[in-house]
Design a protein around this ligand. Structure first.
Ligand code: OSB
Ligand code: MG
Length: 367
């Protein structure tokens, strides 16, 4: 395929409201936009979504920029690849750094799909014309959380995910169930519990949760297998799934009933699709996780969620959930709990160049 230059842009914007978990608070979001250009003026877009500190993954905005700047981009520009399929092999000498790889792979795949004139989701077998939307409530105040659920319900979200920890879980869930006995509800613990909490976690079985996400250690697969056998509520793994290999281990050990696939965290489209295919073949449902993302990442997620195995509404919410003005045009809109899957070439959304420029704090071009 033709690839003539690549650019990186650092962009930054405040969140409409702070995103709070027991691990900390996110109030401002900084990501790296990757642009892959060809000689005909086509541009493919990717978005690298680590945080500015390593609270959720070991990668940060700075390490990610460094990996792209010093290793991934020079290596990729120096070797004229024939097809994006060659990227995993080309980058195999660079260990981990999944988010850096994912963003560059996204940009190159978007460019490739635009060169072919085909929608990116279709390139990987995606068939859905719309995807079900879910939303995350991340607050440490129950009244604020209840207000958010009320606000979001206007868009008809098909799944609500509430951040929990051992201090607030019973109060939060009881209050939500009192007001909304039947809404599709799940809880994300972000590793707030240990195996000592089994009797406490068993109490959560009463709340009819769709699943509990990542109750135990962020890098654990074995203890979750033990815990799953003591809980009725299915476990969903998020932090523990960083590769196809992790997913295979989790399925063999029956550590979970559901997997949250985050393309960024597993190193990009190709690894995400391998995990999807594995889960589909084993009747394990998957959903598309979120990273408090801007529109380019959202567009890639919508394309991924158009694949057959994504049967549970994920973390893909409207652009306006987090932003006063997203960088894509049109923005992602949730109506009656659904998001329309575009059918234009590549990611299927245009870039809002004006907004992108407003948010850009630094940029660098590579030829
Ligand atoms: O654990 O799923 C998580 C956001 C940032 C880091 C970790 C997580 C999340 C979310 C998704 O919960 C929020 C979203 O993108 O809407
Ligand atoms: Mg999670």
């Amino acid at each position: 395929m033709k690839l003539s230059s690549i650019s990186l842009k650092l962009i930054k914007a405040p969140l409409k409201r702070p995103f709070k978990t027991h691990l900390g608070t996110v109030s401002d979001r900084e990501v790296i936009i990757v642009e892959a250009m060809d000689e005909d003026g086509l541009v493919g877009y990717g978005e690298a979504v680590p945080f500015t500190s390593p609270w959720y993954t070991e990668e940060t905005t700075k390490t990610c920029f460094h990996m792209l700047d010093d290793f991934l981009i020079p290596l990729t520009l120096a070797s004229q690849i024939g097809h994006p399929d060659e990227l995993p092999n080309l980058w195999s000498g660079i260990r981990r750094n999944a988010m850096a790889k994912s963003a560059l792979e996204q940009a190159i795949l978007d460019l490739y799909a635009k060169q072919k004139g085909v929608y990116l989701g279709r390139l990987f077998g995606g068939e859905r014309s719309e995807v079900a939307a879910g939303v995350v409530i991340a607050s440490n105040d129950i009244e604020d959380a209840m207000r958010q659920i009320e606000d979001f319900s206007g868009s008809g979200y098909q799944r609500y995910k509430i951040k929990i920890n051992p201090q607030n879980d019973l109060d939060f869930l009881a209050e939500i169930r009192r007001a909304y006995p039947d809404i599709p509800l799940m809880a994300d613990a972000n590793s707030a519990y240990t195996l000592d909490d089994i009797p406490h976690l068993q109490k959560l079985d009463d709340f009819k949760l769709m699943m509990i996400e990542q109750p135990l250690g962020h890098d654990d697969i074995v203890e979750h297998s033990f815990l799953q056998k003591q809980l009725q509520t299915p476990i969903c793994l998020d932090e523990s799934i960083n590769s196809f290999h992790d997913a295979k281990s989790a399925l063999s050990l029956q550590s979970c009933g559901v997997i949250n696939i985050k393309m960024a965290k597993v190193g990009g489209w190709m690894e995400a699709v391998r995990i999807h295919d594995l889960c589909l073949g084993n009747d394990v449902p998957v959903w598309c996780g979120g990273m408090i993302e801007f529109g380019i990442s959202r567009a890639h997620n919508i394309a991924l969620a158009s694949l057959k195995g994504f049967t549970i509404p994920g973390d893909i919410s409207s652009s306006s959930r987090y932003w006063d003005g997203d960088i894509i045009d049109p923005e992602v809109i949730v109506e009656n709990g659904m998001i329309q899957v575009p059918d234009k070439a590549g990611i299927g959304f245009a870039i809002n160049e004006k907004r992108l420029k407003e948010l850009t704090t630094y940029s660098k071009l590579y030829k």
